[in-house]
Design a protein around this ligand. Sequence first.
Ligand SMILES: [Zn+2]
Ligand SMILES: [Zn+2]
Length: 148
Amino acid sequence: MADQSRGFVRALGAATGHVLASLRWLGTRLVAPLRTGDGPNEFRLSSVETHTTTIDGDTGWAHRPPATLRCPECGDEILQADSSAPIDCPRCRVDLPADRFTDLDLLALTCPVCRSGMQYGRRHPEFGVPEWANCPNCQYHWEFKHSY
Ligand SMILES: [Zn+2]
Ligand SMILES: [Zn+2]
């Protein structure tokens, strides 16, 4: 009997350790998208694969959804895959650095998860760039800045 209860306590201890490890892992995943300045967002890929039911989202200009801009020369649509990609027109010779974004007309933001057109807008009229975007299809949400 004494041996059995010791075994039970050991098993309980192992189970608790496993739960704590899971929580730590979850914490890392939740913190990850708030980091800025890194490359392709691997967090998003993994959450699509696992089909999580939590609403997906990102924060910060580095994680801005793909944008469609109006070419200032020929008027064609230019797709800028992310906020640091050059703005180069597929039709004419226009090739602008990423920071010229604010000079161009923004035509659309594309949901990085399901490729739907997103709703977007500004919270401050003086801002030259969108500050939020929301996907009406999959509810993916992007914010320029994290709001507390
Ligand atoms: Zn062009
Ligand atoms: Zn979507």
